[in-house]
Design a protein. Structure first.
Length: 135
């Protein structure tokens, strides 16, 4: 019985360590430039894949959020995107240019986007750095 119990503990330990990995979202980064903007300015979103696998993404579907007293609120958008999934290889980056709405209020903003780990199927949300808009 002790041998069976010992074998089970060893097997569980091996499975546990094999399943442990860093959160892929920690290795996929979204940055926005410039860090200071005015309504209507062109913004560049850059997605960087620092994972060991290919990720799927579509930066056109990224959401703009404004910081409020209660947290982050999504800014309504009428942007039309094609629903295509692009792929990004490990250690590569992709950029996308978009324009801020012309009637954007002053404040602190960020973009959010989603990505999918193509090999393992995990999906995750990614938040950019914050930037300031001065009307």
């Amino acid at each position: 019985m002790r041998i069976l119990l010992s074998a089970a503990v060893i097997l569980l330990g091996a499975c546990s360590s094999a399943m442990q990995s860093s959160d892929p979202a920690d290795d996929v980064h979204l940055t926005v430039a410039p860090e200071n903007a005015t309504p209507g300015d062109s913004m560049t979103l850059t997605l960087r894949n620092e994972t060991t696998e290919q990720i799927g993404y579509n930066l056109c579907t990224s959401s703009l959020q404004r910081q409020t007293a209660g947290g982050w609120a999504t800014v309504p958008s009428d942007v039309v995107c094609t629903m295509e999934l692009r792929t990004l290889e490990p250690d590569q980056e992709a950029s996308y240019r978009t324009a801020l709405p012309d009637d954007l209020a002053s404040g602190q903003y960020r973009y959010t986007t989603s990505a999918e780990a193509m090999e393992t199927g995990g999906g995750y949300g990614i938040m950019s750095n914050t930037f300031d808009v001065d009307s």
